[in-house]
Structures are given as structure tokens and as C-alpha cells.
Ligand binder design. Structure first.
Ligand SMILES: C[S@@+](CC[C@H](N)C(=O)[O-])C[C@H]1O[C@@H](n2cnc3c(N)ncnc32)[C@H](O)[C@@H]1O
Length: 204
């Protein structure tokens, strides 16, 4: 049975967004506008949602692996890869961050539009809450990502991470530095109520 869905457009791409899946928003679009993919990159899109970032980079990439903790998101991303003609270049995995991946040092590019809102998970956390709730300080998933991502990065690899100022940008830059990566801010967008979206890049 097919779940209810919305249609989202970005440039020439169209995405169906199923119920229980994060609908691409300001953060997704700012990320999509700043995707620095190189021809032939082997890419990992962490927390793919409807697949928007993975599908867009698939045009230039040699291969794109997408992972999400939400099983509805993984199926939705697969449908959108097919719809946008890039399914042959993509792999779809359900899992928690890097837990499905055994091999170290593989990816040229790792992307993550993280759950970053400083909101504690409810007792029976819903799939959609996984998309935005980052725990008490917004950093529960971000901090794990920073610790785990570097060992999955190939030589010359880059990480792009999206979060907002509500989850502490300095902590993220310092976290990457602790892991031996140079990190910087590559794009920003102000939102109402003193919040700014921040896209960061980290590399060796
Ligand atoms: C803000 S949404 C971004 C979705 C999509 N990349 C976009 O830009 O529209 C965050 C996504 O991360 C996923 N996610 C949250 N925690 C995760 C985890 N521990 N492992 C894998 N995916 C996770 C959520 O299910 C959600 O799809």
C-alpha cells in the first residue's frame, strides 16, 4: 500500500515525500544549493529523508549510498531515485549513522542534514521526531556523527554537516578539530526568531 505523500520540487528534480518522512525544508534547500560534489565521488548521504541530497549528487558521483534510521525514508528515497533516473547509481540502507558500514576510509564525500533542535525525545519517539529532535542540547546525534564520520572518510575526503545555531556551532567546529579535521562554515541562512542555519565543511 502506498502512503499519502506531497510533491516537492528543486530545480529540475521532483521528490515525493511520504507520510512519516521529513519534508525538505530551508535546511535541505540551503544544503542542496551548496553541494560540492566532484565527478566520480563515492558519496554517503546520512539521514537521507526523501533522498533529496543523495539524488542530486548522484548525477556527478560514481556511486551514492544513502542511510536513514527511518525505514519509510529509505523506501521513499528509493522511489525518488527511480523517479529522477539515478537508481542505478544508488544503494539504500536502513540503519543508525555508520553502524551498517564495516569498512573504514571509503567515502570521498559524507553529507548529513542532522536533527539539531534542542528538544528531548518523547517516550515513544515517532519516525518524524527522529528527523528534527536532537535531545536536550540538540547535539545527541551530531556529537556521535562527529566522532564516527572521520574513519569512513577516504584520502582527500570531505564532510558536510548542516545544523542550526540552536545546537552550538562552535561545539561542532571544536569537535571536528578534536578528531583531527579542519572545519569551517561554508554557508548560512538566517531564520526568524534568532536562529541561523549553518552548513559546515570538515576535511583532513
Ligand atoms: C533533518 S532530516 C534531513 C532529511 C534530508 N537529508 C533532507 O535534507 O531533507 C534528518 C534525517 O536524519 C535521519 N536520522 C536521524 N537520526 C539518525 C540516525 N541516528 N541515523 C540515521 N539517520 C538518522 C532522520 O530520520 C531524517 O530522515
Amino acid at each position: 500500500m502506498r502512503l499519502a505523500c506531497k510533491k516537492v520540487f528543486f530545480r529540475d528534480y521532483v521528490f515525493y515525500v511520504w507520510e512519516n518522512v521529513y519534508e525538505p525544508s530551508e535546511d535541505s534547500f540551503l544544503f542542496a544549493e551548496n553541494l560540492a560534489v566532484r565527478k566520480g565521488d563515492f558519496v554517503l548521504d546520512v539521514g537521507t529523508g526523501c533522498g533529496i541530497l543523495g539524488v542530486i549528487v548522484a548525477k556527478e558521483a560514481s556511486m551514492v549510498v544513502v542511510v536513514d534510521i527511518n525505514p519509510y525514508a529509505v523506501r521513499c528515497a528509493k522511489e525518488n531515485a527511480e523517479l529522477n533516473g539515478v537508481i542505478d547509481k544508488m544503494f539504500f540502507v536502513r540503519g543508525d549513522l555508520f553502524s551498517p558500514f564495516r569498512m573504514d576510509g571509503r567515502f570521498d564525500l559524507i553529507l548529513f542534514n542532522a536533527p539539531y533542535l534542542p528538544v528531548e525525545f518523547s517516550e515513544r519517539v515517532s519516525w518524524i521526531e527522529h528527523a528534527w529532535a536532537g535531545g536536550e542540547n540538540g547535539r545527541r546525534v551530531i556529537d556521535r556523527f562527529i566522532r564516527e564520520a572521520p574513519r569512513h572518510l577516504g584520502r582527500g575526503g570531505r564532510i558536510f554537516l548542516m545544523q542550526s545555531t540552536l545546537a552550538g556551532v562552535e561545539e561542532t567546529l571544536e569537535g571536528f578539530a578534536r578528531e583531527g579535521l579542519k572545519a569551517s562554515v561554508v554557508a548560512k541562512r538566517n531564520l526568524p526568531f534568532f536562529e541561523t542555519l549553518v552548513l559546515m565543511k570538515a576535511e583532513r
